[in-house]
Every structure is written in structure tokens, then in C-alpha cells.
Design a protein around this ligand. Structure first.
Ligand code: DSN
Length: 427
């Protein structure tokens, strides 16, 4: 077969883009080379419907071992008793949980998307908003903190079967004990979606959701720095407090219900090449090097928040406990859309984001979300955050000035040469 130069040329260009730019999308990161090597391996050739030791295809002896290794390592990472590593993504993990614990039309309660919530926690355009009956809580107008009073009121009013906690644009930690208390009062299960802060939770830099939440889901490619994918976890695999049943009406352990909801419930053959890469990433997370990395992520986010605040930027909730900040740009007279577009011209990648009580649409927005997991992987430390913030400020204050944007872009590209990315790979 002739080499597909068209596709590989695009891959080379993407490598160059990643090398030259400052990556501040809070949900992105750079995996290790060995994670990508596992992903780009012969494991992609294998069909393996089922689970280790219980497959519908022959020849699964080796993929059984990599999948079991991924499960065992993930259990060690979070000190848990149940893990399913097959979900293709965070959305797939959440769909499987919903299928396992909800019936069509059941009420749910989650953080409103416009307040920093996740699409799969009940948004009207998502399956979670179409198949179930979603209700929402938000953040407080004054502090920008999760409004647990509202959560409790909504729970009493709508009696959800499942309460989601977790966010995609929230810079503070969660009171999981409070969420569980609210859920217990109305007979709901709690699912924490830790896709964003999972790597920090793994290293005990944030509160542990497993003590209070029945089920925990995550992606594997954000702060966990693994391949793109999803996971479902529980600290104990026997909890089924509400006697949930399988399709035949049999009460089953929650672990069985979740496994069945992933396969055959919502997925067919697992991506064994991605699962092998997850195993590699989970092994990396167990290392001291990752402990240092996670600590540096928090330090960098706090340094970035301080530098932004010094320049008059309004950070929702006034600061950060995790890896990101959400900035309300209204006092700077620039929309999130315009900010995103101007920054990318200078090779700084970030995403526009609605802020709580936003008066602009999701396509325009008043805010921008900045995250540091990727630049921390590149090797940036606290003192580098001032340079990054100065570049952002220069762009946002001169968003229509092409010559200033070009000058900043040159500085950005020169700055990034010191943070080598994938030196083993050809340009
Ligand atoms: N869309 C992902 C994010 O950027 O946060 C997950 O919600």
C-alpha cells in the first residue's frame, strides 16, 4: 500500500502546531510517547467483545492481560474495588451509568451547562436531556460557588433518581459529603464525573469523591494524561442500595449492572489498543513523577490566577483549587468568542466559555476558560505563568491589531522552543 502522504503530512503539521503553541484548553494534555505507541499498536486489530476471561471471540489471551492490567492499575490509582476501562469516552461512560441506573423518563439533577456543567448531565441537546427528565442546580451569583441550597431544593422538588456532580468549567473543589446527604434525603444515587480534576484527585490534592458517591466516572485524557477515553469506577462493587435490576428483573450487584450497561448495553467491541494505552497511563500515574506533575498543575493554576487578578481580570469564584480558571471578560470589553479568535492568531489555544448568569449566547459568551495541565506537561513552572498571562493580556487588549498579535505570536513561538515536545518524533 502506498504511504498516505496526505494524512501523514497533516499529522506532521499538527505536531508542529502543538510544539509551537501555548495550549491552555483545560481539557487537553500531552500523553507520553509510550501511551501513544500503545495506542498505535497491533492491539487495534483485535475484536474482544466481553470482559477478560469472558469473551465472545477467540484469541483474546493477550488482550485479556492488558485489560486486566489496566483495571488493576486503575484500582490502585484510586484505591477502589471496581473499575470498567472499556468506555470509549467520558460521554459513553456516562451513557452507560444512565442506562444501568435509570429508566426512560426518570428525573435527574445536574449542574446546568451554562453554569459550568457537563453536556451529558442533562443538557437538552444531549441523550441525557432527551431520554430522561433533567433538572438543574447552579452556582451562587455572588461567589460563583456551587449552590448546595439550590441542589437540595431542586432535589426535594423533583425527587431525582440520580444526582450528577462534577463540572467542565468550575475551579473549586466539591463538597461530596453534602451532595450525598442531599441524595440520601430523597433516595437518589450520586454519580461524580471527575473528568476534569481526576489526576489531582488521584494524588489527593482534592477531596476524595469515592467516600460519598456511589459511582464515579472520568475521561482519561485530561489531568490523568492518558489516551482519549472513559472509565467507570466504584470504591465498593457491591452497593445497589435501591435494588436496581437487569433487563430480566433480577437484582444484580451494581458492578454487574454497570458492566452490562457498557457491553452489550451501549458499546460493542472495546478499543483494546486504547485500553493498552490506558494501562500504560495508569502505570505512569502511580509514579512519583506524576505526583510532582499534579502538584505543579495546582501551583501553576494558582500562579496564573494571581497574575490574571493583578491585571484586573475577574476570575469566577475569585481563584482556583484545581487546574483551571474561568474568567468573566465583561469588564475588559471583549467577548469570549473574540478573545478565543484573537488568541489563536498568536498560537495561544483556549476556549470561549459561558460564565454563570451570562447575557451572551453559547456561541459568543462573556468568558474564557484557561487550564494548565498541558503547559505543565511541557515543563512550565509558576514563574512562566506571568509570561503566559502577559501575552494573553497583550492580545486581548489589542485584539484588532494585527501587528501586535504577530509580534506576540513570534514571542510565543520562541518561548515554546525551550519546552521540548516529543523530541523523538520527526518534524
Ligand atoms: N468538553 C470537555 C471539556 O472541554 O470540558 C468535557 O466536558
Amino acid at each position: 500500500m502506498a504511504r498516505d502522504t496526505v494524512v501523514f503530512d497533516l499529522i506532521r503539521k499538527e505536531l508542529e502546531r502543538q510544539r509551537h503553541g501555548i495550549e491552555l484548553i483545560a481539557s487537553e494534555n500531552f500523553t507520553s510517547l509510550q501511551v501513544m505507541q500503545a495506542m498505535g499498536s497491533v492491539m487495534t486489530n483485535k475484536y474482544a467483545e466481553g470482559y477478560p476471561g469472558k469473551r465472545y471471540y477467540a484469541g483474546c489471551e493477550i488482550v485479556d492481560q492488558t485489560e486486566q492490567l489496566a483495571i488493576d492499575r486503575l484500582k490502585q490509582v484510586f484505591n477502589i474495588e471496581y473499575a470498567n476501562v472499556q468506555p470509549h469516552s467520558g460521554a459513553q461512560a456516562n451513557a452507560a451509568v444512565a442506562l444501568a441506573v435509570l429508566k426512560a423518563g426518570d428525573p435527574t439533577l445536574g449542574l446546568d451547562l451554562s453554569m459550568g456543567g457537563h453536556l451529558t448531565h442533562g443538557a437538552a441537546v444531549n441523550y441525557s436531556g432527551k431520554l430522561y427528565q433533567p433538572h438543574f442546580y447552579g452556582v451562587t451569583r455572588e461567589e460563583g460557588l456551587i449552590d448546595y441550597e439550590m441542589m437540595a431544593e431542586q432535589a426535594k422538588k423533583h425527587r431525582p433518581k440520580l444526582i450528577f456532580c462534577g463540572a467542565s468549567a468550575y475551579s473549586r473543589d466539591w463538597d461530596y459529603a453534602r451532595v450525598r446527604q442531599i441524595a440520601d434525603e430523597v433516595g437518589a444515587l450520586v454519580m461524580a464525573d471527575i473528568a476534569h480534576p481526576a489526576g489531582l484527585i488521584a494524588k489527593k490534592l482534592l477531596k476524595d469523591p469515592f467516600d460519598h458517591c456511589h459511582i464515579v466516572t472520568s475521561t482519561t485524557h485530561k489531568t490523568l494524561r492518558g489516551p482519549r477515553g472513559g472509565i467507570i469506577m466504584m470504591r465498593k462493587d457491591f452497593e445497589n442500595p435501591f435494588g436496581l435490576t437487569d433487563v430480566k428483573g433480577n437484582i444484580r450487584m451494581m458492578s454487574n449492572l454497570l458492566d452490562m450497561a457498557v457491553f452489550p448495553g451501549t458499546q460493542g467491541g472495546p478499543l483494546e489498543h486504547v485500553i493498552a494505552a490506558k494501562a500504560v497511563a495508569f502505570g505512569e500515574i502511580l509514579s512519583d513523577e506524576f505526583t510532582q506533575y499534579a502538584g505543579q498543575v495546582v501551583k501553576n493554576a494558582q500562579a496564573m490566577a494571581a497574575a490574571l487578578t493583578n491585571l484586573g481580570y475577574q476570575i469566577i469564584s475569585g481563584g482556583t483549587d484545581n487546574h483551571l480558571v474561568l474568567i468573566d471578560l465583561r469588564n475588559k470589553n471583549i467577548s469570549g468568542k473574540k478573545a478565543e479568535q484573537a488568541l489563536v492568531l498568536a498560537d495561544i489555544t483556549a476556549n470561549k466559555n459561558m460564565v454563570p448568569f451570562d447575557d451572551k449566547s453559547a456561541f459568543v459568551t462573556s468568558g474564557i476558560r484557561l487550564g494548565v495541565p498541558a503547559v505543565t506537561t511541557r515543563g512550565m513552572k509558576e514563574n512562566d505563568m506571568q509570561f503566559v498571562v502577559n501575552c494573553i493580556d497583550k492580545i486581548l487588549m489589542n485584539a484588532d491589531d494585527t501587528s501586535i498579535i504577530n509580534a506576540v505570536k513570534k514571542k510565543v513561538n520562541a518561548f515554546m522552543t525551550q519546552f521540548v515536545l516529543y523530541p523523538e518524533m520527526d518534524a
